[in-house]
Ligand binder design. Sequence first.
Ligand code: RIB
Ligand code: CA
Length: 303
Amino acid sequence: MERIILDVDTGLDDAVAIFLAAGLSEIRIEALIATAGNVGLDRTLENTLNIAEVSGLTCPVYAGSSAPLVRARVEAGDFHGESGLDGPVFEKRVRQKAQEASGIDAMIALVMDNPHQITIVSVGPLTDLAIAIQRERRLAELAKGFVIMGGSFSRGNVTSEAEFNTYADPEAAKIVFASGANIVLFSLDCTRTVTLSPTRLDSYRTRPGRCNEVFVACMDSYTANYTKRGQGEPQMHDPLCIAYLADPTKVALSHWPVDVVTLDGPSYGKTVKVAQGKPISVAESIDIPWFWSLMDRALAALP
Ligand code: RIB
Ligand code: CA
């Protein structure tokens, strides 16, 4: 059983990551933390609560950071829509509501109370994780590890050089990559290879369950937004981090020290492989048919 804290900026592919984690018996979500990213914190929190509710999750949902450490906040709404989760319409929630406590405090407490047992999965800007590392210097050592979606070692998706999650808070990403934690990084170089075809999306339309229905509505919206931008089929960035935890043998890794450009200029927010520092594991490829079989199993297990 992989026990995780899932830090999200829900977002359409974040929602898929939550569905995957909620539906797999190999994974236990100890806490969901919504952070500002694709859209503002008010909307990422609302979106996260709605996905947690339809998934039948009973884990606590917290608010994380509302702004990056240093830079001005940027959004990626044009891939995710005005709400950050365009597509599904949700009923009034009866169970899930945000915890009063801070998500960052909860992250620290969970790791410190369960040394070497909790993996922090971060699929949005790394602000929450960076602040937690600054507040508790043993966090990186006592977490089982960090699994992160972010960065690119080729072209970016928000600037020509930078990927959105690292571009949205480069200073936070720099702190996290230098923390010394056991890190597995899913950059665009791997995640852009896993896309949802119209044929595969159509195969979900006749399947039962409210979560499957929400998944289809989210992916219809995600597909339309990619098509509108001429970006081809929608890319399954965030759920790959969850799939890795279900079976790490399905992911090919390389190992490099990674840094983030924080100097103003065209490379701001770019991830770079460097010569010095503790290497992190960088996902090079994933068994794509296996990923979709995992997705099918998770959605079939959800209400
Ligand atoms: O660049 C892709 C990442 O940015 C994904 O996490 C997506 O949800 C957006 O946050
Ligand atoms: Ca995300």
